[in-house]
Design a protein around this ligand. Structure first.
Ligand code: NDP
Ligand code: BG6
Length: 462
């Protein structure tokens, strides 16, 4: 935790009570600068700025204290950046949101510069300092959150520039934090190198490695579901489960993201991080507590038990038209689709295939976990049976979990039919708004909470 000052937030207009209940009422004061590096890109417009806007609307970003800076090489003005992101933030026909939007956009300033030049980062530092001097400094401390919405290849130079030019200089405490995105490098060697490069520049408590799938409501629910429900405990193993499928599909392609995506491909973009995190939560043993290090330890054991993948159990593909994207090289061989089978060599999972599948530009958008159960032994309904038991957790869209089971078809005859026990969040929790993953995660980083960090860098310590 940084040494910033803390106080009890009293202004109810700057918070949402239900979320404040979750996070406690203790908030830090002092000038807050949120710097989005790679502000011209896809992540920034689709997820980072919208999450910041939602936090702002809900009162978690105090307009008297916060300022948001975008930084990237693309030469655009403040107004051009605002226009690029505006459409992703809100339905402008909603009058209440439109008013908040206008105020929020005025908090955003854009600085253009390269990722490896002191000159650019000195310019950025001057802009942040000006804001701090105008807003802060007589009371409270300065907080600087640097969000790297950038390809990992530029993390080392960007981190070096932040360390050299842009650290918080407040005499009154405060902090500087760095948020890094997945994928954390390209392979083991580059991940370890990245870890040591960033580790030389910042304390571990300053670094936040984000995997936003961990912030999704139904991913968060996995631990509760598995370990707070007695009836799952005896079933969750190789004796009862035939296979586990973890699937991500998107109905749009890379669309101008070739600068990042083409160097990494779908395995590093989705499977190695998002789907593996989900796999760990499905497969791990019960941690001894909910402390992040205890959860991490159990995840690491799962990963250590995964046997090397066989070539014949991997299928790769590239969607037609991928190379038409002007940001993608004409000769690109980068996969946009991959499916693979992971096998976990331990007492619980020996023999159960974990089928991981991810693809872009497919016919629908969906992310789900599908647990297929074995057939009933000595089944006396075999001739009529509709299908096996399945437990499905749909992460998106329309969060839901449902259990497929065989029941008697209502009526005079003894016929069976497949039906569902269905917990669709939209119906069951009407009126409850489910926060976007990035809202939770950015709020966590502002609060200095590490429980949802990705922990990839820490596995090395085992
Ligand atoms: P983009 O391709 O949109 O890249 C973001 C910005 O980085 C670009 O606008 C560009 O800015 C700069 N950039 C792109 N390629 C390079 C390069 N080769 N060298 C230096 N700078 C470059 O990618 P995304 O925004 O989609 O992804 C950025 C990071 O966010 C990735 O690590 C990705 O895994 C992660 N992420 C993305 C999500 C998404 O929905 N897009 C969701 C979750 C995570 P400029 O040229 O102006 O400097
Ligand atoms: C990101 C990937 O990590 O996740 C993108 O880089 C992908 O390629 C995105 O589009 C999907 O996130 P979500 O939350 O929309 O499923």
């Amino acid at each position: 935790m940084g040494s910033g000052q803390w106080h009890v937030e009293k202004r109810s207009t700057f918070r949402n009570d239900s979320i404040v209940k979750e996070y406690g009422t203790v908030l830090e004061t002092g000038c807050l600068s949120i710097i989005v590096l790679g502000a011209s890109g896809d992540l920034a417009k689709k997820k980072t700025f919208p999450a910041l806007f939602n936090l702002y609307r809900q009162g978690f970003l105090n307009p008297d204290e916060v300022h948001i800076f975008g930084y990237a090489r693309t030469k655009i003005s403040d107004e051009e950046l605002r226009n690029r992101i505006r459409g992703y933030l809100v339905d402008e026909k909603n009058a209440e949101q439109a008013e908040a939007l206008a105020k929020f956009l005025q908090l955003i300033k854009y600085v253009s510069g390269p990722y490896d030049s002191e000159e650019g980062f000195e310019k950025l530092d001057r802009a942040i300092s000006e804001h701090e001097i105008s807003k802060n400094s007589t009371e409270g401390s300065s907080r600087r959150l640097f969000y790297l919405a950038l390809p990992p290849s530029v993390y080392p130079s960007v981190c070096k520039m932040i360390k050299t030019c842009c650290m918080n200089k407040s005499d009154l405490g405060g902090w500087t934090r760095i948020v890094v995105e997945k994928p954390f490098g390209k392979d083991l060697e580059s991940a370890e190198q990245l870890s040591s490069q960033i580790g030389e520049l910042f304390e571990e408590s300053q670094i936040y490695r984000i995997d936003h799938y961990l912030g999704k409501e139904l991913v968060q629910n996995m631990l509760v579901l598995r370990f707070a429900n007695r009836f799952f405990l005896p079933l969750w193993n190789r004796d009862n489960i035939e296979n586990v499928q973890i699937v991500f599909r998107e109905d749009f392609g890379t669309e101008g993201r070739g600068g990042y995506f083409d160097e990494y491909g779908i395995i590093r973009d989705i499977i190695q991080n998002h789907l593996l995190q989900v796999l760990c939560l499905v497969a791990m043993e019960k941690p001894i507590s909910l402390k992040p290090e205890h959860i991490r330890d159990e995840k690491v054991k799962v990963l250590q038990s995964v046997v090397p993948i066989k070539d014949e159990e991997v299928v790769l593909g590239q969607y037609e038209g991928y190379r038409d994207d002007p940001t993608v090289p004409n000769e690109s061989n980068t996969p946009t689709f991959a499916t693979t089978i992971l096998r976990i060599h331990n007492e619980r999972w020996e023999g159960v295939p974990f089928i991981l599948k991810a693809g872009k530009a497919l016919n629908s958008r969906k992310a789900e976990i599908r647990i297929q159960f074995k057939d009933v032994p000595g089944d006396i309904f075999k001739c009529q049976k509709q299908g096996r038991n399945e437990f499905v957790i749909r992460l998106q869209p329309s969060e839901a979990m449902y259990m497929k089971l065989t029941v008697k078809q209502p009526g005079l005859e003894m016929h069976t039919v497949q039906s569902e026990l269905d917990l669709s969040y939209g119906q069951r929790y009407q009126g409850v708004s489910i926060p976007e993953a990035y809202e939770r995660l950015i709020l966590d980083t502002l609060r200095g909470r590490s429980s949802r960090r990705c922990f990839t860098g820490l596995t090395k310590e085992k």
